[in-house]
Design a protein around this ligand. Structure first.
Ligand code: ADP
Ligand code: MG
Length: 353
């Protein structure tokens, strides 16, 4: 047990999972992403999907990456696992446990994928192999990657399926993906993703395709697994209300950049960036009446043509001439551990909610 004094100094210890128990402020982060940029060659020229993303994550910490479709969330998540294939190009650094993964070949990356970083993909309902039973997909992974024998792999597979809440797990090993409902298939995908006990799990919109009630169960499962295992989580979503259920911190992305970063509850109560504010107002959960619900006017910028100045200015109610020419930096706010990329942060913070 840590002395009480320590706990008082680290009010975030519980929310941050195991990190709080190390008690060493000087600990290197689990993940440090610096100036990550990803672009793709297309017949319309180079498309910049991610344009200079930086963030750090401590062991056990949970970060939501929030943004509209096309903002670069999935590309960021895939880049962390080295899954951007040519003609995609990755620049910047992705330091995981002290090693920069950018430029690593497949063999070296495969030592990290699984036990280091693992991912539940956005299209994971299609990512299970339809021709193998879920038992064989799990046991194959355990045998190849952990050298388990048939019997040990089978036992571990059953225990994993139990851990993700699949009823009668032992009887379902021989079943094929199509024999499971959407929610149960997603649980199988999560079992595969945590099978090698990752220190970091990336979950890319894992509940978007599911019914609301099933969605809640999967979110609870992810939250519980994180608490049980102490793994860090990057949770990708377009829904701030969903993000709040599983993450303590949020990075809001717009047009390939982080525009706001900080503790999720603080940002939910009082967003500092006009885009975050607009995103909140556009979500049904935050509206009490139909007239509260305001879609964000306009559409996200076309990736092949960079918007001069702040990328959000064509849609922003606070935009001035400066916003059309000068790109704002992500700057810290007076409030601790928060930052925002806006020339009018003060005004945005004080605008009526
Ligand atoms: P989201 O935030 O919805 O997850 P993505 O990260 O998937 O967005 O995509 C960001 C941008 O990058 C989009 O404009 C998308 O069209 C583009 N993009 C993603 N993958 C590729 C690719 N392989 N080739 C070309 N463009 C891509
Ligand atoms: Mg996506």
């Amino acid at each position: 047990m840590k002395p009480l004094k320590d706990r008082r100094l680290r009010p975030d210890a519980e929310a941050q999972g195991h990190e709080g128990h190390k008690g060493d402020e000087g600990n290197a982060p689990l993940l440090a992403v610096r100036d990550l940029a990803v672009d793709f060659a297309t017949d319309r020229g180079r498309v910049a999907a991610v344009r200079g993303v930086s963030f750090t994550l401590k062991a056990g910490q949970s970060l939501a990456i929030l943004g509209e479709s096309g903002s670069g969330k999935s590309v960021t998540g895939r880049a962390l696992l080295g899954l951007i294939d040519p003609p995609g190009r990755v620049r910047g650094t992705i330091e995981f446990e002290g090693n920069d993964l950018v430029g690593w070949d497949e063999n070296r990356l495969n030592t990290v994928r699984g036990p280091g970083i693992s991912m539940v993909f956005q299209d994971s309902l299609d990512s299970l192999n339809p021709v193998f039973s879920i038992g064989s997909q799990l046991t194959e992974l355990l045998r190849v990657r952990q050298g388990m024998d048939r019997r040990a792999a089978r036992e571990r597979a059953v225990s994993l399926l139990r851990q993700v809440g699949i009823p009668a797990a032992g009887e379902r090993l021989g079943d094929y993906p199509h024999q499971f409902s959407g929610g149960m298939r997603q649980r199988v995908c999560i079992a595969l993703a945590i099978a090698l006990r990752p220190r970091l799990l990336i979950a890319d919109e894992p509940t978007t395709a599911l019914d609301v009630t099933v969605q809640a169960e999967i979110l609870r499962l992810i939250r519980n697994l994180r608490q049980e295992t102490g793994m860090a989580l990057v949770f990708v979503t377009h829904d701030l209300a969903v993000a709040r259920l599983v993450a303590t911190d949020v990075a809001v992305m717009y047009a390939g950049k982080i525009v706001e970063r900080g503790a999720i509850d603080a940002i939910y109560r009082r967003p500092a960036h006009p885009y975050t504010r607009a995103l909140l107002a556009s979500q049904p959960e935050s509206a009490r009446t139909w007239s509260d619900l305001r879609p964000i006017p306009g559409s996200p910028p076309d990736k092949a043509h960079a918007v001069p100045g702040c990328a959000f200015h064509p849609r922003c109610p606070l935009a001035t001439a400066r916003c059309t020419t000068e790109a704002p930096e992500l700057l810290p706010l007076a409030e601790a551990d928060r930052s925002s990329r806006c020339h009018h942060t003060e005004e945005a913070l004080h605008a009526a909610h």
